[in-house]
Design a protein around this ligand. Structure first.
Ligand code: GTP
Length: 604
């Protein structure tokens, strides 16, 4: 294929607007997969993706398309929609010249539509607006067209109205890809230069890097160098992704495909890295800003004997997801473990679910925290840390007020789009989360877009769920980093019969300490089953208790039922209890169900 017959594009959209469904249709129409019901969302390969019905990892597929008697090579990169995975979107975009911006004909423009549009716009890509789900009874493509015109300054006539589900007008999407998106500017006779835009790890084959060839060509057996580490590799295998791997002899300028070159670790194929021929060094591509972890949590084995197993599971999972940061950590209460950093809470939950599903690991996850900062005032500590400013990702290590001159918390700029009937409720919710309104505009006669500056910790755990429930699912939310602000912070401990529960230690804003502490005690009271003795549940700042609940003792003896019964029945009952206990954590004498911890953090 000469480059003028190549188009590289990705599909971006708000969650559930139909990216994966459209991708399926495009794959079918170009013969990459058979038309059948079993081929639903073929690009969502992971178990979690299928369970949750979301795309987590971007996927690539090369399609052959016949247009007006000419054969074209279309490289499609499917991207995730959720805000936590925005990073994947920006990566995918850098390998493309255009995007299909999908908008649901019923829901209209949503918060992530806006965020994703700007990612594409700033990268100067051609944007083809596609209004999907026109088959729905409540579809209003005209209204959506005018929103797109108003917000993105794209003439409404440019919108393609389709039903990805039924296949209506999908042909027009392919035509627009060829007609409107420019071919890649890449020359086959230039030196070889490729961008690594994704990578994964396979136990048998090593690192599989997804690359976009920006110039020249590469063939099997070539000796290539990765610019970042300057190491040389021999190309063992390469090819197209259709979406299954399809080996070829070479890849040339403008093409997108995969390459295997004896790299043993994804760190060797860093995302954003440049590959070139050993004999023809080129200037490295600008690459990407590294993903920044926004949510940190401790992960510990349920039992220290499972430490090695969990370690190798975490290692293997992070091999495929370089956006997770890992640090060894240990605690008196929980033993040896790790502190992991994630892009957001969903990212953390997905990681945890994959650990349990794919590696059968049983993990204790501590209260998630955002990366706070402290400006130290103690000369001794400054010397110890080598700097005045420290980042705190573990609440247990929160430095005391007496050695700190200022605490800082991360803030984000949030975008909320909602039907105007819910604005009142949403504004009160935002105020209760210490948010400051920055902007509010109507995007049509019924929908409002609001911008708020939020402390990140106020939205990390449950803000999105609350927003959804108080707007009957209609409001959408997205956010971007906006730096740090000064904040009056304290460390809040939760005690069970006087013993601190390390999993639940959190950092809170001073004004919110009492409400947070009280609510955590109440929810912990509900989450812990009654036991043989009374349990005091307390929230404390230092040695000062600020809230308390009591779990009354449990009177009945489980074995009473078996009184006089045969011994095997008694054993069975005890065994059942023991199995139940496996999922319990012992704090002092108190048994706490493992899933209690995360539930306790969710506010009503
Ligand atoms: P994420 O991968 O989670 O970001 O979602 P997505 O944008 O890929 O959406 P997906 O393709 O999974 O579709 C979401 C839902 O909308 C699914 O239940 C689809 O069946 C449905 N859907 C997609 N396209 C259409 C359409 O044209 N009409 C109707 N009625 N439903 C559609």
């Amino acid at each position: 294929f000469t480059t003028d017959r190549i188009r590289n594009f990705c599909i971006i959209a708000h969650i559930d607007h139909g990216k994966s469904t459209l991708a399926d249709r495009l794959l079918e129409m170009t013969g990459a997969i058979a038309k059948s019901d079993r081929n639903k969302q073929v690009l969502d390969k992971l178990q979690v993706e299928r369970d949750r019905g979301i795309t987590v990892k971007a996927q690539t597929a090369s399609l052959f398309y016949n247009h007006q008697g000419q054969q074209y090579l279309l490289n499609l990169i499917d991207t995730p929609g959720h805000v936590d995975f925005n990073y994947e979107v920006s990566r995918s975009i850098s390998a493309c010249q255009g995007v299909l911006l999908i908008v649901d004909a019923n829901q209209g423009v949503q918060a992530q539509t806006v965020a994703n549009f700007y990612l594409a716009f700033e990268a100067e890509l051609t944007v083809i607006p596609v209004i999907n789900k026109i088959d729905l009874k409540n579809a209003d493509p005209e209204r959506v067209g005018s929103q797109i015109e108003k917000l993105f300054d794209i003439p409404r006539e440019e919108c393609i109205k389709i039903s990805a589900k039924l296949g209506t007008n999908v042909e027009k999407v392919l035509e627009a890809v060829v007609d409107r998106i420019p071919p890649p500017v890449a020359r086959t006779d230039d030196p070889f230069k490729a961008l690594v835009f994704d990578s994964s790890f396979n136990h048998y084959r090593g690192v599989i890097a997804n690359i976009a060839v920006f110039g020249g060509q590469v063939r099997k057996g070539d000796r290539i160098v990765s610019a970042h580490l300057g190491k040389t590799y021999e190309v063992n295998e390469l090819g197209l992704l259709r979406p299954e791997e399809h080996q070829t002899q070479g890849l040339s300028a403008g093409q997108v495909g995969y390459i295997i070159a004896g790299m043993k670790d994804v760190k060797e194929a860093q995302i954003g890295d440049t590959l070139y021929h050993r004999e023809q060094p080129v200037e490295a591509l600008p690459g990407f800003k590294p993903a920044r972890a926004m949510v940190f949590a401790g992960m510990y084995p349920m039992d220290q004997s499972e430490y090695q197993g969990l370690r190798s599971a975490i290692e293997r999972l992070t091999l495929n997801d370089s956006s997770v940061s890992v640090q060894r950590d240990s605690s008196i209460a929980l033993g040896a473990g790790w502190r992991l950093g994630f892009l957001g809470l969903l990212h953390m939950e997905v990681f945890n679910q994959r650990l349990e599903q794919e590696y059968n690991a049983s993990v204790i996850v501590t209260a998630p925290t955002v990366p706070y900062k402290a400006i130290l005032s103690s000369a001794k500590l400054i010397k110890e840390h080598g700097s005045e400013e420290i980042t705190i990702v573990n609440p247990v290590q929160f430095p005391d007020r007496s050695v700190v001159s200022e605490y800082l918390e991360p803030v984000v700029l949030g975008t909320i789009i909602t039907p105007d009937t819910y604005t009142g409720k949403i504004i009160s919710l935002c105020l209760s989360r210490r948010a400051v309104q920055k902007n509010m505009v109507y995007i049509d006669d019924q929908r409002v877009m609001m911008k708020y500056l939020f402390p990140l910790n106020e939205i990390v755990v449950d803000f999105y769920d609350l927003l959804k429930s108080l707007s009957s699912g209609y409001a959408s939310f997205d956010y971007e980093n906006a730096g740090y602000q000064s904040a009056d912070l304290i460390k809040l401990d939760i005690l069970l019969n006087g013993l601190p529960v390390e999993e639940l230690t959190t950092i809170a804003h001073k004004d919110r300490a009492y409400t947070t502490g009280k609510a955590m005690c109440e929810r912990l009271q509900d989450a812990i089953p009654r036991q043989m003795f009374e349990i005091a549940v307390q929230a404390a700042i230092g040695s000062k208790v600020i809230a308390r609940e009591t779990i009354k003792a449990y009177r009945k003896n489980v074995l009473a039922k078996c009184y006089g019964g045969d011994i095997s029945r008694k054993m069975k009952l005890l065994k059942k209890q023991a199995e139940g206990k496996k999922k319990m954590r012992l704090i002092g004498r108190v048994e706490v169900p493992k899933d209690a911890f995360i539930n306790v953090l969710k506010r009503d």
